[in-house]
Design a protein around this ligand. Structure first.
Ligand code: IMP
Length: 421
């Protein structure tokens, strides 16, 4: 197998970097797109004939007719939201069939009690998306998760009720709302009936696609700073978000080309330390221009300057190419700041890498370099040479700090608004 037969698109910050658009832009060269981690907490935005589509569980290859869209076992699957998402695509005349969409029977399901528990517990402290990801993940690891394959069993109703009684008792302890199990069972089975025709042995499928020299694009959810092991713990999601998540979420160690996606500023939803957070009106300008509101929850995103120590930290996981998104959002900003390092005042020394946990980011002194912005409209540009002088200088500055070339630069929401170098 050619070592770059398959490609991974992975977020390098706190999610919402623009992975959906990069997938949509690259997908013509691929035969399949796979979602393999995270769950409905993800929100991947693509544009179809100028209209915005927010995808949560369905892979971002759906606009391309020749592409097979696959959900592998790593994704925590919410059946009722999946049905809603599929129905939502009807409005754009995008038809999913068993020929272009399939789901692994080994996906662990996010059950209604997981969402109730998320609401009753961590939802309030961490600021989760309340999609039940933490509790569902805990049950998966604790070996009490219900998987899609279980719904095919004749005694599934008993399994559901037995588990539901236990979960209702746990919910009572945490002061959560208990569930009407009969009603929830009926709803779950109704959703299951609508998707059962898409269930396929994805493990076997990935193997045969690879053997037949088909090219697969792996679409990671969230961003590497939200990784449960390496991110700003405990203010993280409950999944692995780094390149190793492909192995966990598919069962294969594929040789991959890894494309890291980043924005020229930071956005964050939920509680955590954000050393470069902007508190001036510049944050509001970036938020509005970049439409920086949660694709899943609608929450306004917190805005910060690009944080090089954070990027250097995640790059240790190995990234081959970079995609810098939303450059156009910074047009007309007075002055762009780049946090180039942190400074440890106790030992009077530069810190080049973000400490890998939330508390390590408290009381950090930042070192910034400022770059003059550009006034010229760059929307839709597709050639690097056409960018204004200051935009080029800004990109070259980031490349210098990261010691890497940026291969893709996005200059607008449409698939075509992309510079490829
Ligand atoms: P959970 O994944 O819903 O449990 O949320 C845990 C943390 O991850 C919260 O701070 C969320 O805001 C954040 N998070 C989860 N998914 C995303 C995403 O797709 N984009 C941005 N933040 C996310």
């Amino acid at each position: 197998m050619n070592t770059t037969q398959h490609t991974l698109v992975v977020g390098l910050q706190f999610g919402d970097e623009g992975k959906g658009k990069i997938i949509d832009s690259l997908v013509d060269d691929f035969d399949a797109v796979v979602r393999f981690n995270g769950g409905a907490n993800a929100g991947h935005t693509i544009y179809y004939k100028g209209q915005k589509i927010a995808l949560h569980q369905i892979p971002s290859g759906v606009l391309n007719k020749h592409v097979l869209n696959i959900i592998s076992h790593g994704l925590l699957l919410n059946l009722s939201l999946l049905v809603e998402e599929m129905n939502g695509l009807d409005a754009f005349s995008i038809k999913l069939t068993s020929k272009n969409f399939c789901i692994s029977p080994l996906c662990t399901l996010v059950m209604p009690w997981h969402i109730a528990m998320d609401r009753a517990t961590s939802g309030t402290q961490i600021g989760t998306t309340v999609k039940g990801i933490g509790p569902a993940s805990a049950d998966r690891i604790n070996r009490r998760g219900i998987r899609l394959i279980d719904l095919f069993a004749e005694d599934f109703e008993k399994r559901f009720m037995d588990e539901g009684v236990i979960q209702n008792n746990i919910l009572k302890v945490f002061g959560g709302d208990t569930l009407d199990l009969k009603k929830e069972y009926t709803l779950l089975v109704k959703s299951f009936e609508q998707i059962r025709g898409y269930v396929l042995d994805v493990y076997d499928l990935l193997n045969s696609l690879t053997k037949n020299n088909k090219r697969i694009l792996f679409e990671a959810a969230q961003g590497m700073m939200l990784d449960v092991f390496n991110g700003t713990y405990p203010y993280v999601t409950s999944s692995v978000c780094d390149p190793s998540s492909v192995t966990q979420g598919t069962g294969y160690v594929f040789p991959l080309k890894k494309i890291g996606v980043l924005k020229p500023y930071l956005t964050v939803v939920g509680a955590r330390e954000v050393p470069t957070e902007i508190f001036s009106t510049t944050a509001d300008i970036i938020r509005e221009k970049g439409n920086e509101y949660g694709a899943t929850t609608g929450r306004p995103r917190r805005i910060g300057w690009i944080d090089i120590p954070m990027l250097r930290y995640v790059l240790q996981h190995g990234i081959d190419e970079f995609a810098l998104m939303k450059l156009d959002v910074l047009t007309n900003i007075d002055e762009i700041q780049v946090c180039t390092a942190y400074w440890d005042v106790h030992i009077d020394e530069e810190i080049r890498y973000t400490p890998g946990y939330n508390d390590g980011l408290k009381h950090i002194t930042k070192v910034y370099e400022s770059f003059p912005a550009w006034k010229e409209d760059i929307s839709g540009m597709s050639k690097f040479e056409d960018l204004p002088k200051n935009a080029k200088a800004f990109i070259k500055g980031i490349e210098r700090y990261l010691d890497k070339k940026i291969s893709y630069i996005s200059t607008g929401v449409n698939k075509e608004d992309l510079i490829v170098r």
